[in-house]
Ligand binder design. Structure first.
Ligand SMILES: Cc1cc2nc3c(=O)[nH]c(=O)nc-3n(C[C@H](O)[C@H](O)[C@H](O)COP(=O)(O)OP(=O)(O)OC[C@H]3O[C@@H](n4cnc5c(N)ncnc54)[C@H](O)[C@@H]3O)c2cc1C
Length: 340
């Protein structure tokens, strides 16, 4: 069974770089490790928290339970033909390294999702998405271990109930499964490129002579993301703190009267999606610093820890932002980050 350590500092395990102590901490590198942890008395007696790269977490205090770090590795070919390839990937593999593995082999499907931090296993949790692509478009199945029984279950794409930053694992099955691997279906030729979103087309034109390829799209996305988002290695953050809200057309039209330049894009179920960063900026939060935490100066959707920040203070700040957006626009922002 994996070693269990006590009183472990979680600062290296979360990209917000919050200092918090886990009463117990272990890492697991295979399915048997996971099952024996679930069977242990320590697990039964304490609450638990599964983590991957800690890039979608806000720790608001010490964790008085068992933190289980997922380190299940491996990339295996499950099926392959001339046109497509199916890969089964261990949930503890780093997401961006996996994207680079695909880019190097000209496997298409995940290039728009380059440079997203975190692990393979957390990616289906919130159906990671960027630049017009979501992981649900390439997920074939998700393998997960039921926490109460230790049984391994394979979820089809449909069973995962993916939505915008949503899946069944964040709702009905929240805290019920440990994701151990995912199987993705990728293209080897006749790739279905998506270059319509954000500045991809401009960067392809500027840097790649308009040549569209798996590698060039990935390079363009990496280039754009590096100019737009703070690097967690330099400034602690967890990416977008809130989800972009979807509103009824009547609500959007009302906002447009006072703010004719309000940006928008199509949301699910015929709703209109309004960028949360724009709403936060209109409330005057962009660049605000309170002691050693704040709102990023270039991207109002990203809350930051400049060093030594307290997770509970970041949460207080998030709640103040939520209230002011509600007051000004009558729109409720919902956190994308998992608050612990
Ligand atoms: C700079 C930056 C940019 C980002 N950009 C994007 C973006 O463009 N698009 C996007 O969608 N996200 C983005 N994110 C958010 C984050 O990278 C993703 O949500 C990522 O998938 C989180 O992976 P992780 O391994 O770090 O998860 P963690 O933060 O460790 O965990 C996230 C949640 O998943 C649960 N969990 C983790 N692993 C497992 C498992 N194996 N089984 C069951 N539950 C598990 C945890 O308990 C927690 O609730 C960004 C974050 C940062 C810091």
């Amino acid at each position: 069974m994996s070693t269990i350590s006590q009183n472990v500092d979680l600062l290296p395990y979360n990209t917000f770089k919050i200092r918090a102590t886990a009463r117990y901490f272990t890492s697991v590198s295979n399915v048997d490790d996971v099952k024996s942890i679930f069977d242990s008395e320590l697990f039964q007696k304490h609450k638990h928290l599964i983590i991957g790269g800690g890039s979608n977490l806000l720790l608001t205090g010490d964790f008085n339970g068992l933190v289980i770090k997922n380190d299940i590795k491996g990339i295996n070919v499950v099926q392959e033909n001339e046109d497509t390839i199916m890969l089964k990937v261990g949930a503890g593999e780093n997401w961006h390294k996996f994207v680079m593995y695909c880019v190097d082999r000209n496997y298409g499907g995940v290039e728009n999702l380059s440079l997203i931090p975190g692990t393979i296993g957390a990616a289906p949790m919130q159906n990671i998405g960027a630049y017009g692509v979501e992981i649900k478009e390439v997920i074939h199945t998700v393998e997960a271990i039921e926490i109460s029984t230790g049984d391994v279950r394979v979820f089809s794409n449909a069973e995962c109930q993916f939505g915008y930053r949503e899946s069944i694992f964040k709702h009905e099955l929240k805290n019920k499964y440990f994701i151990s691997s995912i199987t993705l279906s990728l293209t080897k030729k006749n790739h279905r490129f998506n270059t319509t979103y954000g500045a991809i087309t401009d960067v392809l034109k500027q840097n790649h002579n308009n040549e569209v390829s798996v590698k060039n799209i990935s390079d363009a996305v990496v280039f754009i993301r590096k100019t737009k988002l703070p690097d967690p290695e330099v400034i602690g953050n967890a990416g977008s703190f809130f989800k972009n809200p979807s509103v009824e057309h009547s609500v959007f039209d009302r906002i447009k009267v006072d703010f004719p330049s309000v940006p928008s894009f199509p949301g699910e179920n015929g709703l209109v999606k309004v960028p949360a960063g724009w709403l936060i900026e209109q409330c005057g939060w962009k660049g605000k610093t309170i002691e050693n935490i704040g709102v990023h100066k270039h991207q109002a959707l990203v809350l930051v820890n400049y060093g030594g920040g307290d997770g509970s203070k970041i949460w207080d700040l998030a709640m103040k932002i939520q209230s002011s957006v509600k007051e000004k626009f009558n729109i409720t922002l919902h956190p994308e980050v998992n608050v612990i």
